[in-house]
Design a binder for this molecule. Structure first.
Ligand code: PGA
Length: 249
């Protein structure tokens, strides 16, 4: 399976012009690249501009709401994303959990609507520094996965990708060690195996995210056996992002 590399631009850049520039540079760096699947997740407002020139890339949203339509000022539905050309949506990112108080139950509702709209979901899970220090990581992963995947049927898991993103590693430069990433990926597979079955657990794609750069990216794929990467800050630096993708193949 090709590695799946996701660019999460978060709330950047400040203008559509810059968004297009980053995108064009990334595209230039990947002429004829067929060894990785690349998903660009820009802010919603830049999706049309990026979609119009997307070439071999897939697009994703960074969030969506759990209702289909109606009086929900400021929200974006899964179907809107799909109709705009997105194939993926990131859900449950720790920044959504932290700043917008998103719960596993809300994330679960969002996942159901995203799947219904035909989107693939990138579900983020991960412990914070305190939980890690107290040895609660596996319990946190179990609670998050159980809550977020509640009543999601076996045949829908193929459209869910899990991103292990320890909160303490995001945007800090303090990336997770290869050994710890490997053991977290294993824990996630075990939890999925108990929730579904072994075969599903063996096949579910599990990515790593948190201070990924071109110096550490290759090791997550080749040594920690992550099936891909969720890249934040470094995905806005076109050269660096191109290097990250190349290192993973
Ligand atoms: P980072 O962000 O690469 O800037 O640490 C990763 C993420 O939040 O998905």
């Amino acid at each position: 399976m090709k590695p799946l590399i996701i660019a999460n631009w978060k709330m950047n850049p400040a203008s559509q012009k810059e968004a297009k520039e980053i995108f064009e540079l990334v595209k230039k760096g990947f002429k004829n690249q067929k060894n990785a699947e690349i998903v660009i997740c820009p802010p919603f407002v830049y999706l049309p501009a990026v979609a119009s020139g997307k070439g071999g890339f897939a697009l994703g949203g960074q969030n969506c709401f759990y209702e289909e339509k109606g009086a929900y000022t400021g929200e974006i539905s899964a179907l809107m994303l799909k109709n705009m050309g997105a194939e993926y949506v990131i859900l449950g990112h720790s920044e959504r959990r932290k700043y917008f108080n998103e719960t596993d139950q809300q994330i679960n509702k969002k996942i159901k609507k995203a799947l219904l709209a035909g989107l693939k979901v990138i579900l983020c899970v991960g412990e914070n520094a305190e939980e890690n220090k107290q040895g609660k990581k596996n319990q946190v992963l179990k609670t998050q996965l159980e809550g977020c995947l509640e009543k999601i049927a076996r045949d829908e898991i193929k459209n869910i990708i899990i991103a292990y993103e320890p909160v303490w590693a995001i945007g800090t430069g303090n990336n997770c060690s290869i050994d710890e990433t490997m053991s977290s990926i294993l824990s996630i597979r075990q939890i999925i195996s108990r929730l579904y079955n072994r075969k599903i657990a063996d096949h579910v794609r599990i990515l790593y995210g948190g201070s990924v750069n071109s110096n550490n990216s290759g090791s997550y794929i080749k040594e920690a056996r992550a099936n891909g990467l969720l890249v934040g800050g470094a995905s806005l630096l076109a050269d660096e992002f191109v290097k990250i993708v190349k290192s993973s193949t």
